[in-house]
Design a protein. Structure first.
Ligand code: PLP
Length: 462
């Protein structure tokens, strides 16, 4: 990409300058949603399937850094980042320039007809930055779910086995195979069956609720895999190193390496679904690195291209090469513009030390949340890494005992914050987790501002 990049001076002044003009501060000037958003929402309701929902129906006109600007002129602190996609910030200047330049050069050829350099460069960068020091290869696709589907295909081809295992509380997507891999039926699978077969849900590790050590939890998981599935039929075990939709679950220490060791000993491909946790989200390139886990295959998507649709399966060359030529790929997979954006995201991570920004966000957020926990006993657990931090809320007075989930508090907090111009997302099997998933451009000042809003929101609960 680098030698085809359009020099900054030759870009129309608008493209980068306009985005940079968004002030990095919260501003609420109408009711939320405002009148223009309400008008758009009425149009949308007439023509967009109600199967597609929106957390907060404010219609966004512009975004930059850590801020979303809606059509009514309200500015939101974005603690969702499009679910961990705009990790390198909204409209980062170098990515916007790379996209613009690449769009002028070539929009599409189809890599499986006539290839181009940008695809190769992304594969090189993934080989370099995914965990593990061994020859690696990559296939590029369009979405996270497609990466999961391909990871499973590749593992089945390599092993000649049929069964797929996942963990309780997992989320892997909305396609036919992946909806069978999710923990929650509602809303992801209910009524959409028949589901894909040969998918097994193994017990996980949930330190806040099960109190098991990593070793004990791994023993329980492995016991299930051996008894219920049978190691010799198991093609792969797919695991999020930190569960995303499940509520930013950090497993007990030693859990992941113990599972990898068992998989390796039994010829099972262990796949890290790093779709939400990867690409510098957690202060490391990949969350698996925090836990001493070197997976066989790694799935990357969300944060890789700052919003352009791109996803990848990367892993051990001998596993990735088991598929026959023509068996992997697809029309849009590894689109040149999406690849150029990804190369620029990798550049931003390196040049602007975004890994350090993730660690800064973790320190600021967790310190602020610790203070809130002293005030509000509904905060049962604080967990996560980097810019992927969550609090699990329980009913008052139950944090030490039954830990009864408190989804009502989470929805009240989310609603209160939205009215004040802060976008928070919920998560968790019981909807009782509030997650903080900002871009790495979220400053300490903006975090303090958001935590002030959250403090007020907690106070109105009580
Ligand atoms: C979002 C997500 C997926 C699915 O990705 P899509 O791009 O929405 O298909 C899969 N796994 C995890 C962990 C995710 O967070």
């Amino acid at each position: 990409m680098t030698d085809t990049q359009i020099p900054v001076e030759s870009l129309p002044a608008e493209s980068s300058a306009q985005a940079a003009a968004v002030p990095q501060e919260r501003r609420v000037v109408t009711a939320i949603p405002g009148p223009k958003s309400q008008e758009l929402h009425a149009r949308r309701t007439a023509v967009v399937s109600s199967g597609v929902s929106s957390v907060l129906p404010v219609y966004i006109e512009r975004a930059n850094g850590a801020i979303l600007v809606d059509v009514d002129g309200n500015r939101f602190l974005d603690f969702g980042a499009g679910i961990g996609v705009t990790t390198a910030g909204h409209t980062p200047a170098n990515v916007v320039e790379a996209i613009t330049g690449q769009a002028r050069d070539v929009l599409h050829t189809l890599f499986t007809i006539t290839p181009y350099e940008e695809y190769v460069r992304v594969a090189e960068l993934l080989a370099e930055h995914t965990p593990g020091d061994f020859p690696k290869k990559t296939v590029l696709v369009n979405s996270g779910a497609e990466a999961v589907e391909n990871g499973v295909k590749i593992a089945r081809k390599h092993t000649g086995r049929r069964a797929v295992a996942v963990l309780d509380h997992a989320y892997h997507g909305r396609t036919n195979l992946t909806m069978a891999m999710n923990y929650k039926a509602m809303p992801y699978a209910t009524g959409f069956g028949p589901l894909a077969g040969d998918v097994y849900h193994a017990p996980s590790s949930y330190p806040f609720r099960d109190g098991l050590s990593g070793e004990e939890a791994a023993e329980r998981t492995i016991g299930y895999l051996e008894k219920v599935v049978g190691a010799t039929d198991l093609a792969c075990l797919v695991v999020e190193p930190i569960q995303g939709e499940g509520g930013f679950m950090v497993y007990a220490d030693g859990f992941l390496p113990a599972l990898q060791e068992w998989c390796t000993a039994n010829g099972v491909v262990m796949i890290a679904d790093e779709i939400q946790s990867g690409m510098a989200r957690t202060g490391r390139y990949y969350a698996a690195e925090h836990f001493g886990w070197v997976p066989d295959l790694v799935l990357t998507a969300k944060g890789i291209a700052a919003g352009m649709p791109l996803a990848a399966v990367t892993g051990r060359a001998e596993i990735m090469d088991a598929s026959q030529p023509g068996g992997l790929g697809g029309t849009f997979g590894g689109n040149p513009v999406a690849c150029a954006a990804a190369v620029a995201v990798f550049e931003a991570i390196e040049q602007e030390d975004l890994l350090a920004e993730g660690r800064r966000i973790e320190a600021t957020l967790t310190a602020g949340l610790d203070r809130l926990r002293e005030k509000y006993d509904v905060i049962g657990d604080i967990r996560g890494r980097g810019a992927m931090i969550a609090i699990e809320l329980v009913k008052p007075g139950t944090a030490e005992t039954t830990k009864e989930p408190n989804p009502g508090a989470v929805s009240a907090l989310v609603a209160h914050a939205a009215q004040q111009g802060v976008l928070f997302l919920s998560a968790g099997t019981w909807g009782n987790v509030l997650r903080f998933l900002p871009s790495l451009r979220m400053t300490d000042e903006l975090i303090a501002d958001a935590l002030g809003v959250l403090d007020d929101a907690f106070a109105t609960l009580a």
